[in-house]
Design a protein around this ligand. Sequence first.
Ligand code: SF4
Length: 478
Amino acid sequence: MGRYVEGQDRTPNVLFPERLDDWIHEDSTVRVIDVFVDELDLRKLGFQRADPSATGRPGYSPATLLKTYVYGTLNRVQSSRRLEIEAQRNLELIWLTGRLAQDFKTIADFRRDNGEAIRKVCKEFVLLCRRMKLFTDGIVAIDGSKFKAVNNRDKNFTDRKLQARIEQFEDSIKRYLVKLDRADRDATAVLPGRVAQLREKIAKVKQQMQALDAIGEQMKSSEDGQISLTDPDARSMATSGRGTGIVGYNVQTAVEAKHHLIVAHEVINVGHDRGQLADMARLAKAATGEEELIALADRRYYEGYDILECERAGVAAVVPAPMTSNNLAEGLFDERDFVYDAKNDEYRCPAGRIAIYRFTTEEAGKTQHKYWSSECPQCPLKPQCSKGKYRRIARWEHEDILEVVQQRLEGAPEAMKLRRQTVEHVFGTLKSWMGSSHFLTRTLPRVRTEMSLQVLAYNLKRTIKILGAGPLMAAMKA
Ligand code: SF4
């Protein structure tokens, strides 16, 4: 006769070992969290109630609440209500908190009131990784990804969406009015009670249109012409899929190439990555402490002043230029067909002619030097080169920096592959942990705190995998 492994009898008084500690494996993640938080200087990090008050009813220690949150994030129990339940039945959490089953409000208030301090805790862990010499390669990959906010798409309005919605309502009203007209002409053509129903519908749609008008008014004072009703900071953003978009936030990360740890991150509510390179590179450089850092990014980050700032900050950017040349699209030679001679400050064109410096001008906030050849009008290649009389070549005053970046890229053909391998899976992991709706909190400061907890959990998990729980705890205590 077959049999199963038998569980223990539930009726004896002692079912668990006498010591709760015996139930927690010595290499358990929960022990790492315990040691990590115990080693933090919570007062220095700015946690409220880091010093217990001398009078009144004692409150919960911020250490206990922080441990609860870090544990919850690591185990995909992010909501404060679920954490309250887990704190009563989950042995690891009971062990971690010393059986202090806090209610959900205490847990939620802690996160709300200590946002900045929690964000600093994430940085503290990055510093620990740096002390453990985990960032020795001096290479980071920078990338951004869109994460969904609590705000539903229907509760986000742009001018275009608002107009579309108003047109829909106007069409509905027209349809109802046609039906009412028909009923007026022939009362037998509609069911009894239908007229009243139609009038009700028209009144309702009119009300909704008034609400849209109010949103339109609000939108006029919004900086970027968008309104989100549930989470006012969330923004409609295009994603990489064609015709797809989300209402959410743009999470920027810098991931070091050796162990794939997130060294710096930021949450912004603009839907593009242009203009983020220098800020992220600076954050990454400060976090890794590297004298010289290489930052890999894709072409969405290509921006002249940003690259210049990176170079000035000691970060060597490796970023491909975007393939958006108007000349190329029109079948004409593009800038890459013209070779610059720095010594003589002139260009050699595809016909081998010399385009000399003519004048300097200001265009879109950039100082541009202009060059052209006097031989253009007689040139046999002109149909492939210019639609005007002369082919003018513009050179940004800091173009030499962009040329260095291009040479760097050509000298490292694997750079973009390394970038993809380093940073892209990190977003996949974070999104799968956060679930299909990603952020649970609203407004930028709270979303930033939520993201910091996720990044801390990611780095903790990854570091345990790299070093093992025991050595990591020993390093924390050192
Ligand atoms: S049109 Fe002018 S710039 Fe273009 S190839 Fe001819 S000479 Fe050179």
